[in-house]
Design a protein around this ligand. Structure first.
Ligand SMILES: [Zn+2]
Length: 87
């Protein structure tokens, strides 16, 4: 096995989502629908946000689609289609 990037996949309860996004400073971006799922490109909301990965200090988000979560980890590992949103 090749050495793995340090990564953290976090699933968060809906109740904690708002608090969490305030903590990381992305609350405004989420509430203004400026964050997208890294896999399918769906606009994220407080209800469809499912998971994130913090990689090299950059946040990557994933929606709650059944197809996205499994692909999300692979996507991050391969560094495929990771785009920084410039807002
Ligand atoms: Zn998605």
């Amino acid at each position: 096995m090749a050495k793995r990037e340090e990564e953290t996949i976090t699933a968060i309860h809906y109740e904690d989502v708002k608090k969490f996004f305030k903590t990381i400073g992305y609350f405004d971006k989420l509430s203004k629908k400026k964050l997208k799922c890294e896999v399918c490109g769906e606009v994220l909301t407080f209800t469809n946000f499912r998971a994130l990965v913090i990689q090299k200090g950059i946040f990557h988000f994933c929606c709650d689609s059944e197809n996205c979560l499994p692909n999300f980890a692979a996507c991050i590992r391969n560094n495929v289609s990771i785009k920084e949103e410039t807002i």
